[in-house]
Design a protein around this ligand. Structure first.
Ligand SMILES: [Zn+2]
Length: 251
């Protein structure tokens, strides 16, 4: 089973995100659009987050509707902004009542520092609910070392570093080598095809998951990186589906 561990639903903006062949980045990218895209690129399922520089209500609504309409193919995370005192309660409601599966954090978009204790109420709630956390891992505020601070404080929470630190991929690998609860995720990681072998050898096969960041990036391109990497077929199966399925208890 192929699972994309990083996709978004919500309002697109072509002037900001650009466009590609047969790729309309205007209007809303909905669960139905995502399902059509998954079919086109032969991916079975996806984990989706609200789209946008902020956790828009529209994006969250589309994620909740999506996981309820396509329970075999979609899982969704709540986007938590630590500046919002209501966020931990909303996370709990989204998990317990609406069937979401975890927490997405984006320190750069939401103007906070990944290691700062202001995110602790959200992290405590994720720990209490037993759900994983995906966190953006490059740009100011979202550096891998700061995510390491967060992961150290919450050793029972699975912390997924989206983009694997981008050009700070060695920093991300170092943090993952020190913190067993950190998982590296490949979306838009330029060197994913070269680093996948090293991550598996040095950190562990269960510590790497594949994602695309669709619709901001094309899953065909992101898939190709893992397909041309030096992983064996069995390792590729784990990275492109088995690992995230286990993290999400996806049966
Ligand atoms: Zn993303």
């Amino acid at each position: 089973m192929r699972i994309d561990a990083h996709t978004h639903l919500g309002e697109c903006d072509r002037t900001y995100y650009g466009q590609a062949k047969n790729w309309d980045m205007s209007g809303y990218f909905t669960a139905a659009d995502l399902i059509a895209l998954l079919d086109e690129v032969e991916v079975d399922a996806a984990l989706c987050f609200p789209l946008g520089t902020r956790a828009s209500d529209a994006g969250l609504r589309l994620v909740i509707e999506g996981v309820q309409k396509y329970p075999d193919r979609l899982r969704g995370f709540y986007w938590g902004n630590p500046h919002d005192p209501a966020a931990p309660g909303e996370l709990e409601k989204c998990v317990r009542e609406y069937g979401l599966s975890g927490l997405k954090l984006h320190p750069t978009s939401d103007s906070w520092m990944a290691g700062h204790p202001m995110a602790d109420p959200l992290m405590h709630k994720a720990e209490e609910l037993g759900v994983p956390v995906t966190i953006h891992s490059h740009q100011p505020g979202s550096q891998p070392a700061l995510i390491g601070e967060l992961a150290t404080r919450f050793p029972k929470v699975t912390v997924i570093m989206a983009h694997m630190g981008m050009h700070h991929y060695r920093d991300a690998m170092y943090v993952a080598s020190k913190e067993p609860n950190v998982v590296l995720e490949t979306a838009v990681q330029p060197w994913a095809h070269r680093m996948a072998r090293d991550v598996v050898d040095r950190i562990g096969l269960d510590r790497l998951v594949w994602g695309s960041d669709a619709p901001l990036h094309h899953p065909t391109v992101e898939k190709a990186k893992i397909e041309v990497s030096a992983l064996t077929d069995a390792e590729r199966d784990a990275v492109m589906g088995g690992n995230i399925a286990r993290i999400l208890n996806w049966t």
